[in-house]
Design a protein around this ligand. Structure first.
Ligand code: IPE
Ligand code: IPE
Ligand code: MG
Length: 229
């Protein structure tokens, strides 16, 4: 039986609001519970030799949510960054962000810059947070760079260099929690041949056993890339 190689797992962490609703709590509590789940899942992925982990935490379209929810999410991000800085360094995890970070509040931008500084060490894994990220916006941004440079012919490899994800392999597996079966503007270019795994579990309920289930499901898939095996 063929076992697929896996380097990069990306997760659409959906279902925080519904989790809160199920527990008669405000939406904010769902987001907090969701944040608390991240270390368990990331650790399990790293234990399973996953080198790149991308977490979809805030989409471009999430900007159309009420101001209060956005502020809550920004505060949670700031809280999380304060908390994890030491831990990720100790565990040799490189932290990076993809998305339009430049439009965030200034204090948050500074915090992100501080936490994502790279050190001259060999990292064991990279944790990529997609924040204020949209796949279409990423592609348009790349096209605008081309226009600015008067470039009128380009191949895939060159185009990939203009994306946020340059240097990162495409996700092998994309997990979406929360029951919806859609991509919601996540890694549109990069997901061309990603395997998709959908689970109805809400993100705050997703745990390390669910990680193993998803990885096992992935292992036995036939990745054809359009060819005949
Ligand atoms: C995902 O949970 C987190 C973000 C999109 C920021 P949701 O907030 O979308 O939760 P549901 O889908 O309403 O349950
Ligand atoms: C996708 O969830 C974005 C994140 C998990 C950050 P949404 O809740 O925003 O997606 P839709 O609106 O259901 O498609
Ligand atoms: Mg949702």
């Amino acid at each position: 039986m063929k076992i697929n190689d896996i380097n990069h797992v990306a997760i659409i962490m959906d279902g925080n609001g519904r989790w809160a609703e199920q527990h008669n709590l405000p939406r904010f509590s769902g987001h907090k519970k969701g944040l608390d789940k991240i270390p368990e899942v990331v650790k399990e992925l790293i234990n399973n030799k996953i080198k790149y982990i991308t977490l979809f935490a805030f989409s471009t379209e999430n900007n159309f949510r009420p101001q209060e929810e956005k502020e809550n999410l920004h505060n949670l991000l700031e809280f999380a960054l304060n908390k994890i800085t030491k831990e990720i360094r100790k565990n040799k995890i490189k932290l990076s962000f993809i998305g339009e970070i430049e439009h965030l509040p200034k204090v948050l931008i500074r915090k992100i810059e501080n936490t994502t500084k790279s050190y001259d060490i060999n990292y064991d894994a990279e944790l990529i947070i997609a924040w204020n990220y949209g796949g279409r916006q990423e592609i348009i941004k790349a096209v605008n760079k081309l226009i600015k440079q008067n470039i009128n012919n380009i191949n895939e490899k060159q185009f990939e260099k203009l994306l946020y994800t340059t240097g990162t392999p495409n996700p092998d597996l994309i997990i979406r929690t929360g029951g919806q079966k859609r991509i919601s503007n996540f890694l549109l270019w990069q997901s061309a041949y990603s395997e998709m795994y959908f689970t109805s579990k809400l993100w705050p309920d997703f745990n390390k056993k669910d990680v193993i289930k998803a990885l096992n499901d992935f292992k036995n898939r036939n990745r054809n890339y359009g060819k005949i095996n």
